[in-house]
Design a protein around this ligand. Structure first.
Ligand SMILES: [Zn+2]
Length: 412
């Protein structure tokens, strides 16, 4: 009974202890898992917001660039039109000068013609009077004159004088008539030239009006494009602010993940964990580097925290030194990631390495590993970009928790 009772009590106690342990462990695990998950969600959301903001900013900047190009084209076109306007204007001045000259000539010819006609008319009147006088002489006065003529010589002289007057009148009137005809021809030619010059001037005026209209349209388009550009540039600037804030949020989330990796490392570093500083290669020796430590990374342009080695998917990754696995899990931007605490070296510094973007992890947290042991395989999990699917190993060396250029310590 007693034994049985003891057994029962012991069983009850064991169940109680188990329950307490389970609840403690369970809740710890839950809290830990929640924190880890939260960090990842935070980082993912921050990364997405940052990418969106950066994309929008790029779009806005591109738009502003296009508007600037448009303004350049409009300016070129305006320059062309202004040059055309200027040449049409000087052509117009020339045309007007020609027109004025032609009109001057036509006017002068007209005046000369009128003068010649007046001269002709005067002469015509004189001739008519002389003819009338001669007729009078012939019918009434000539007999008495003839009766006074005493010899043939006088008679012939008288007849010749009459004939001479008539011939002279005919000659002068014919000449004046010819001159008037020539002047009329000159005036007609000058008038035709003036009409031609006027048509040319009118054509140039139409050209000038059209060019001026185009110039006005261009000026309007330029004004609108400049206003658009101002607006777009202001928008791009505002977006740059948003992008900057998103970038900060992303960097903050990255820093929190980093702090988590650090805390994991210190958790597994003990006084007995000794680092010999005799590092081996993380991959087969002779691998090339696609991104060095400190170079701007492909994500937000901040200095790269590790060294990237492009390699085919599934290439084995080795522990560079003995140590304890302080993290072996998916860590957001790192993707599938292993962190090894190597302990403290003779120089008093603490060393840890981190291997990111694995396709799969071959060790578990808390496990002791030796130099050269396969800890995982090359992949492209987490935040990666680049050629051939972005498959690469991202290797970090942390000395006292601070990222350091691994290539100063680790061969490759
Ligand atoms: Zn990297």
């Amino acid at each position: 009974m007693k034994h049985k009772f003891f057994n029962g009590t012991a069983r009850l106690a064991a169940v109680l202890v188990f329950c307490i342990l389970f609840s403690l462990f369970g809740s710890c695990f839950a809290v830990f898992a929640a924190t880890q998950q939260e960090l990842q969600q935070q980082l993912d959301a921050a990364k997405e917001a940052y990418d969106d903001a950066a994309q929008k900013q790029e779009d806005l900047e591109k738009q502003a660039e296009q508007t600037q190009e448009q303004i350049g084209e409009l300016n070129d076109r305006t320059e062309q039109i202004t040059a055309q306007l200027s040449s049409v204007y000087s052509a117009l001045v020339d045309a007007q000068t020609q027109l004025d000259a032609a009109q001057g000539e036509a006017d002068a010819a007209q005046a000369a013609l009128e003068q010649k006609q007046a001269e002709y008319d005067t002469r015509w009147d004189e001739a008519k009077e002389q003819l009338a006088a001669m007729q009078m002489l012939h019918y009434s006065g000539s007999l008495s004159i003839l009766s006074q003529v005493t010899d043939l010589f006088q008679l012939l002289n008288f007849a010749r004088a009459l004939t001479d007057i008539n011939d002279k009148n005919t000659e002068v009137l014919t000449r004046l008539n010819d001159e008037a005809a020539a002047l009329e021809e000159t005036r007609n030619q000058a008038q035709a030239a003036a009409e031609k010059a006027e048509a040319a001037r009118d054509e140039l005026q139409t050209q000038q009006e059209n060019l001026q209209a185009t110039s006005d349209q261009l000026a309007q388009a330029l004004m609108e494009a400049n206003a658009n550009l101002d607006e777009q540039q202001a928008e791009a600037e505002a977006q740059a602010q948003i992008t900057e804030e998103a970038k900060k949020a992303y960097q903050q989330a990255t820093a929190e993940l980093d702090a988590f990796a650090k805390s994991q490392n210190s958790k597994y570093t003990s006084a007995t964990l000794y680092c010999s500083l005799d590092f081996g290669c993380a991959l087969t020796p002779g691998m090339s580097i696609s991104c060095n430590f400190g170079d701007p990374d492909g994500i937000d342009g901040s200095p790269h925290g590790g060294t990237d080695f492009p390699a085919a998917k599934g290439t084995p990754i080795y522990a560079v030194a003995d140590g304890v696995v302080s993290a072996a899990r998916a860590m957001s931007s790192y993707g599938n990631c292993v962190q090894i605490s190597h302990g403290t070296a003779d120089d008093g510094n603490n060393y840890a390495t981190l291997y990111a973007h694995m396709s799969s992890i071959a060790v578990s947290e808390g496990q002791t590993v030796t130099k050269g042991q396969v800890i995982g395989y090359v992949g492209n999990t987490g935040a990666v970009s680049g050629k051939n699917g972005g498959y690469h190993l991202h290797l970090e060396l942390r000395i006292n928790g601070t990222r350091t250029n691994a290539m100063n310590y680790i061969p490759h």
